[in-house]
Design a protein around this ligand. Structure first.
Ligand code: PLP
Length: 383
């Protein structure tokens, strides 16, 4: 039987617009941080309706700097989820604090807000939720807990563009939000990130800290014909974004609603068709379609072996992935922080059953139906 063409799990949605914009930056000979970064920041802030957007080199950098301005340091604790990519907890380690994991809700896979109070100690400084797959966390409850205990709310919004929560975009809630523009994200600059905040007190030091703590970036110095004179105003890091990345980001932002529409349409087909298989639990889909970025489409298997499922789809030329191996199951997190298998039963149970299906705007409806048909074929064999 002729095989269908390879269906990749994820691909960036790039066309001539990005290629032309990046070429213009290269031709201009100003290829590091400059006017394109400012333009991207302004457009990003305007899209979300947030006061400040500060472009950085990655979401990991965005999380790190957010923790620094929130005043988190050695021996502090940050409450987060084990059901995430290692970058979330890694950034907490950068500031010398401990990631205190709280188990997730079995359906959304987001942090279980009912379990947070029990994890708060006098060392807790921040709550750091992750909007898994693009489903918003319960921000109202998280804000309430933070207000009660005088904690900072920093959300990892790597998957959450564009995600609405009660009529506002994620990135415009809490104290600080960290976005990722990594190659597989809904909006990509290859590598890159953004911090958003409505707080002037956070934004000002962030702009300085992302480039060595220097009070004027190279573009400002060049444009003022004052190339060599600067002050180190604060502690700094090498986390600036380049104009090459930002030029791509501006184009991606202009296409964001269109790519979201395509993701939503594909997710809707998956939801409708896969609901016919009792062996599968489809992901939670909020009634309001704007409340899910559909960055990932994560199903949970109620029967059969997950690894065999992934392998069967691979045989059918379809690439799947698994999000996530809970962090407390990794050697490093067990050795450094003493976590053990069994600590977070919901995260572990989900991990055994989850598969992320292909979902990106470059797919076609035919591709989605090929994936659904391959799943049907596999399930008919395990019944
Ligand atoms: C939930 C989450 N947080 C943080 C990151 C880190 O993003 P970056 O690669 O931009 O540092 C990722 C990247 O995949 C992620 O999925």
């Amino acid at each position: 039987m002729a095989k269908n063409p390879f269906i990749p799990f994820s691909r960036p949605w790039i066309d001539d617009t990005e290629i032309e914009a990046v070429s213009q930056v290269l031709a201009s000979k100003w290829i590091s941080t400059g006017t394109r970064v400012r333009e991207f920041e302004r457009a990003f802030a305007e899209y979300l309706g947030v006061k400040h957007a500060i472009a950085v080199s990655s979401c990991t950098a965005a999380l790190h700097l957010s923790l620094v301005v929130a005043g988190v340091g050695n021996d502090d604790e940050v409450i987060t989820t084990p059901y995430t990519f290692t970058a979330t907890a890694e950034a907490i380690r950068y500031v010398g604090a401990k990631p205190v994991f709280v188990d997730v809700q079995p359906d959304t896979l987001n942090i279980d807000t009912n379990k947070i109070e029990a994890a708060i100690t006098e060392r807790t400084k921040v709550i750091l939720p992750v909007h898994i797959a693009g489903v918003p966390c319960d921000m109202a409850t998280l804000q309430e807990v933070c207000d009660t205990h005088n904690l900072t709310l920093i959300d990892d919004a790597a998957h959450a563009i564009p995600t609405e929560y009660k009529g506002q975009y994620i990135g415009n809630l809490g104290d600080l939000s960290a976005f990722s523009f990594y190659a597989n994200k809904n909006l990509t600059t290859g590598e890159g990130g953004m911090i958003t905040t409505n707080s002037d007190a956070f934004a000002e030091p962030l702009r300085t800290m992302r480039l060595h703590g220097i009070n004027k970036d190279a573009w400002s110095r060049q444009s003022q014909r004052n190339i060599w004179h600067y002050d180190i105003a604060t502690e700094g890091y090498k986390y600036n974004m380049t104009d090459i990345q930002a030029a791509m980001g501006v184009c991606q932002l202009m296409k964001l609603n269109k790519q979201h529409e395509r993701r939503r349409n594909f997710a809707h087909i998956y939801q409708t068709e896969l609901a016919k298989f009792p062996q599968i639990s489809t992901p939670v889909a909020p009634d309001n379609p704007r409340e899910h970025a559909w960055h990932l489409y994560i199903i949970q298997l109620n029967t059969g072996n997950r690894d065999e499922f992934v392998e069967a789809l691979r045989e059918a030329n379809i690439e799947c992935s698994v999000h996530y191996i809970p962090l407390h199951l990794f050697d490093f997190y067990q050795e450094r922080y003493g976590y053990r298998v069994g600590d977070f039963p919901c995260a572990e149970a989900a991990f055994e059953r989850v598969v992320s299906l292909p979902l990106h705007p470059g797919l076609t409806e035919d591709d989605i139906y090929i994936v659904i048909s391959a799943i049907g074929g596999f399930l008919s064999q395990v019944d």
